[in-house]
Design a protein. Structure first.
Length: 299
């Protein structure tokens, strides 16, 4: 009898502790008291972490796993809905990036959703659709930070002062970054570039670069022989000497393309994926790395 009692007690303690563990299983989170902000993917997580930095009772958790890649065509997994059920606020890029949004709205109609790209002027991509990759330009990132800040203040007015102060500090850093990149890129000789996916038009627009061709291939999958041949043809036709691939794409394909075109391959990071607990300066750090790559490639 005594043993059974102990077992029951252990089991109940287990239940209590599992209930206390956070939505992703490893953070301390008090469901009723705290504000849980869930972000759809990496850049939204970095921006929001900066805006909500150090605010008591506010937690920011990223929904997608680090290896997700860009969010187009992303399909929700059961764990995503589970975390969204616990969320008070869901922060998305919007502009069509989260194709699963309707499903979230229909299943969780009460969830407060903040759209970072709200009201922003969007460029058309090659298929005539709106390009959602606004955060890849620094100006776009700053506007998204502003929109997220406004949304958070509206949803959680008690913390307005903190959100505002954090946001102003962060925007100052981003403005300084933008200025230093403009200075560094203004006298570059070659301005023609080829990229792998439609992530860079806003970046190119901001820094006066010319995207000659975009090679659309699925991140994380090896291109077929036919696709590879098409890519090689496109690069030769455009007579481009440098090609910018992304960390999410296969280096094997890039090497093969380089060998057959003579184009040199460099990596530009569109800040779509990164580690789960990214440092708050990740966006600036990645952009500074991109800047160095561009200067090296286009000199
Ligand atoms: Zn993308």
């Amino acid at each position: 009898m005594k043993k059974t009692g102990l077992l029951i007690l252990t089991f109940m303690l287990f239940l209590v502790f599992s209930a206390c563990s956070g939505p992703d299983g490893n953070i301390g989170f008090e469901q009723d008291k705290d504000t849980l902000i869930v972000t759809s993917f990496y850049p939204m997580y970095i921006f929001t972490s900066n805006i909500a930095d150090g605010i008591e009772g506010v937690r920011v958790v990223n929904m997608t796993e680090p290896q997700t890649g860009c969010l187009h065509d992303y399909q929700l997994v059961p764990a995503d809905m589970k975390i969204l059920e616990k969320a008070d606020i869901f922060i998305i890029n919007g502009a069509g990036m989260e194709s699963f949004l309707e499903k979230v709205i229909s299943q969780l109609p009460e969830l407060t959703i903040i759209e970072a790209a709200k009201g922003m002027e969007l460029l058309d991509d090659e298929n005539g659709e709106k390009n959602p990759h606004v955060w890849v330009s620094i100006s776009g990132a700053i506007q998204e930070v502003r929109n997220i800040t406004d949304g958070l203040i509206a949803a959680d007015p008690a913390n307005e002062t903190f959100y505002r102060k954090n946001s102003e500090n962060y925007i100052k850093k981003l403005e300084a970054l933008k200025q230093s990149m403009h200075d560094a890129l203004k006298d570059i000789e070659t301005r023609d570039i080829v990229t792998f996916h439609e992530a860079f038009p806003y970046f190119a627009h901001e820094f006066d670069l010319n995207i000659v061709s975009v090679i659309e291939r699925e991140p994380g999958s090896e291109p077929s022989a036919g696709e590879l041949a098409e890519t090689i043809k496109a690069i030769n036709e455009a007579q481009v000497k440098v090609l910018f691939t992304e960390p999410q794409y296969s280096p094997k394909a890039a090497e093969s393309i380089a060998a057959q075109t003579g184009a040199k391959i460099y990596i530009l990071d569109p800040v779509v994926t990164g580690p789960k607990d990214a440092e708050s300066d990740s966006y600036e750090r990645i952009m500074k790395e991109n800047l160095e790559v561009l200067i090296e490639a286009l000199k």
